[in-house]
Design a protein around this ligand. Structure first.
Ligand code: ADP
Ligand code: ZN
Length: 737
């Protein structure tokens, strides 16, 4: 995360009061208890503010690290930190995670049986808790408030603080009363946290919670580890399967617009062997809970859902979010894609954009009764379309929408990775500016385009706009292209659109610069979006990572917690990069391995690493002649594969293997592909024949944006589908990406 980019409160250029000793102590807790080497930007400042007993208001994107901002001061300050959180399901995970770091934390909500609840309260009253998570409606009961008066309170932390706002997307009436806390406990520091980027909601939070004198911490809303990809929707199922091919075993969410699409897609994915499950509000609550739990516990890999899914799910290792259909606003898009990569590891957000979906969303909006609200929603949809059809860095458009300035290029979105051709469009930008000025900044993009193109329709004639100097000046450029040009000019900050006035186009200050010498460089208009997906190359031993994941799953199963609660993907990924391990001390520097976890799980994981290293050493001995050798983790996955494997090892040809089992050759090849994937050493170079080496080189050089079928088509030697897939499996098993 980058440094703070804006800050409404001048006092936030803070003089940090917390003493040096306290600062050192905070760092020590970060290192030893949580196992992290250093604070993320702003975390330390928020913590010190709490330690000084002042209120704070923290706006940080999802995954920014908000929890530590109240956890560390709660541990350090005398008394218990009270954390208000709207979601019961999240409390358990957070508390489990804290307990796994050796912190005394508990939660108090309606999910507890009465004996358990009594126990928690007893611990709380005895002053044994560093943190207590409470649901807002519980907190504000008379009896609980009484209890609070008798126990020392370290601080109040209000998580998901946007729930107080009626403007927000998740208003919760019980949150409104939290404003009483500021009055009832004037001496206890109060911290409000949210990841909501919208300005109106921010204002509401400060007002409702009485945070008049709070320090404001506003971080960038950029999520640099998320790669944004927007592709034209063609054959969504095939496109999604292709995408999933790069994310085997990784968790992801696919959003669809309707329940029917959710169900259809989930079934189709299951048919293709993906561990997918459907989730939407029409399903019985119990089923939904089960699906959610299976997802958290990695029993289900992919959730196909309507937007009903997500809010209550705090899974840090969601690696991808796919939008099968168009989100209805940029806010939704940002929020939904934001569920990927909370742990900071590389993640992807893919949106499939189809013009049919635009019409569908338009029709939904037409049903909105309040005309004012309808107008706002149309404006939001148009901004979403502009992002999708845009030719400007996705991140720039996304963050620009929330008022944040960024670099021109992020180098981690499809536009930056595969830039369209550009040209000098200064004269066109000037034409637009002149036209907008002649129209007094009162008309939307469509109208401006009509005037430029010289479309003398009735509305234009009635207003006499066919007599403006700009009328028809841009006749030689077609309407779609003009729209694209104007969108880009908006994205680059030359114009803005006035929501309160039918999205009318207005020149910004930057438009003044159009008179100067700096050229305006725009992307050449492409009538058909043709964006292919780039595939990742990941820098870790996937085989070892998978072994570590399996070990974690086993431990989590034993302890009955979600795997990510036990040890993060970040930690496993770092472990999988350790080359040579002698003993458990090598794990001390792994991110997230605090003292407590090192003691509890250090040995087990060290053993996995050692075993893997010794296996690899053996492998290297076998491979003395220089030829690579695969090493399987276990026996073949199915009986059929096992039979093929035995026949293959005994030296039978493909034809012989097929006829012995009364199956065809294609099936034998499919078995071999599965065997190679599982690490069984099939001599693929021999099966492919003399062209093998040159084909490997061609695959190395293949355009990273090309689809598999395109790569296959471009090879110098024609391969069958199975041969091609066998080669890919071989490369993958060897760790070539
Ligand atoms: P948020 O509540 O803002 O969405 P979290 O508090 O859940 O974010 O933190 C996101 C992830 O980042 C968690 O996995 C957390 O353990 C990790 N994290 C937080 N602070 C640090 C830090 N200083 N160093 C390394 N990882 C951190
Ligand atoms: Zn970009």
């Amino acid at each position: 995360m980058r440094q703070c980019w804006s800050n409404g409160d001048p006092s936030a250029s803070i003089v940090i009061m917390a003493s040096k000793t306290k600062q050192r102590q905070a760092l020590k807790i970060l290192n030893e208890t949580f196992g992290y080497p250093e604070f993320r930007p702003m975390q330390d400042e928020v913590i010190f503010t709490m330690l000084d007993g002042r209120d704070a208001f923290v706006l940080m994107p999802t995954g920014g690290g908000k929890s530590l901002c109240y956890q560390i001061p709660s541990i350090m300050r005398e008394g218990t930190g009270i954390v208000v959180s709207p979601l019961i399901s999240l409390m358990k995970d957070q508390v489990d995670a804290l307990n796994h770091c050796g912190v005394n934390a508990a939660y108090y909500n309606s999910s507890l049986k009465s004996a358990e609840a009594k126990e928690v309260l007893a611990e709380f009253e005895a002053g044994n808790l560093d943190l207590l998570y409470v649901a807002p409606e519980r907190l504000l009961t008379k009896t609980f408030l009484k209890r609070l008066e008798q126990v020392k309170i370290a601080l109040f932390a209000i998580d998901e603080a946007h729930c107080v706002s009626q403007w927000g997307h998740d208003f919760r009436p019980e949150y409104v009363r939290l404003g009483e806390l500021r009055k009832l406990f004037p001496k206890v520091p109060l911290l409000a946290l949210t990841a909501t980027a919208d300005e109106q909601t921010r204002g509401d939070i400060a007002k409702c919670l009485g945070l008049t004198r709070a320090k404001r911490f506003i971080s960038s809303f950029d999520r640099p580890n998320i790669r944004y990809l927007i592709a034209e929707k063609r054959q969504p199922l095939t496109q999604i399967l292709q995408f999933l091919d790069d994310w085997k075993n990784a968790s992801g969410i696919i959003y669809c617009l309707s329940r029917k699409r959710v169900e259809d897609l989930a079934v189709n994915l299951q048919r293709h062997g993906v561990r997918a499950a459907a989730y939407h509000a029409g399903m019985p609550a119990r089923v939904r809970e089960k699906v959610q739990d299976d997802f958290l516990r990695d029993h289900v890999q992919v959730i196909v859902a309507t937007i009903a899914f997500g809010m209550g799910v705090d899974k840090p290792n969601v690696r991808f979010v796919i939008h099968h259909d168009l989100p209805k606003s940029i806010e939704s898009y940002y929020q939904e894609t934001g569920r990927a990569g909370r742990d900071g590891l590389d993640s992807e957000a893919l949106m499939l954009y189809g013009s049919g979906d635009v019409n569908l969303v338009r029709r939904l909006i037409e049903n909105v009764e309040n005309p004012k609200q309808r107008q706002v929603e149309i404006h939001k949809l148009n901004s979403m379309i502009a992002l999708s059809e845009g030719l400007t860095c996705r991140r720039k458009v996304l963050l620009g929408y929330f008022g944040e300035e960024t670099e021109e290029q992020c180098n981690n979105c499809d536009i930056c990775l595969d830039p369209p051709e550009t040209y000098d469009a200064t004269h066109l930008a000037r034409q637009v500016l002149q036209c907008v000025r002649e129209l007094d900044g009162n008309y939307s993009v469509g109208y401006v385009v009509d005037v430029l193109r010289g479309n003398a329709h009735a509305r234009i004639k009635n207003r006499g706009h066919h007599e403006l100097p700009s009328f028809g000046k841009g006749r030689d450029i077609n309407g779609d292209e003009w729209t694209s040009i104007i969108r880009q000019l908006v994205h680059h900050g030359y114009f803005s659109q006035d929501v309160s006035n039918k999205s009318a186009l207005l020149p910004t200050e930057r438009a003044e610069s159009l008179a100067g010498d700096t050229p305006v460089i725009l992307a050449k208009y492409q009538p058909m979006m043709r964006r292919k997906l780039k595939r990742f190359s990941r820098n870790r031993d996937d085989h070892l990572f998978q072994k570590l994941v399996e070990m974690r799953e086993k431990l989590a199963e034993e302890e009955d917690v979600a795997p990510h609660v036990l040890i993060s993907d970040v930690a496993l990924s770092e472990m999988s990069q350790i080359d040579d391990i002698e003993d458990v001390s090598a794990l001390a520097s792994i991110s997230g391995m605090g003292k407590y976890k090192l003691e509890a799980y250090g040995e087990v994981f060290t053993d996995v690493l050692k075993e893997h290293a010794s296996q690899k050493a053996k492998e290297e001995v076998i491979a003395e002649d220089g030829a690579p050798v695969l090493l399987a983790k276990g026996p073949p996955a199915t009986d059929a594969q096992a039979f093929t494997w035995e026949l293959y090892k005994s030296g039978n040809s493909l034809d012989e293997i097929a006829s012995r089992q009364h199956i065809n050759k294609v099936t034998v090849m499919k078995h071999l592909i599965a065997l190679v994937r599982a690490g069984h050493h099939v001599d693929v170079p021999a099966l492919i024949g003399p062209a093998f080496d040159s084909l490997m080189i061609e695959l190395d050089d293949a355009d990273p944006y090309a689809s598999l079928s395109e790569i296959k088509r471009d090879l110098s030697v024609e391969l069958t589908n199975e041969e091609f897939r066998l080669m890919l499996a071989w490369r993958e098993a060897l760790g070539v990406s």
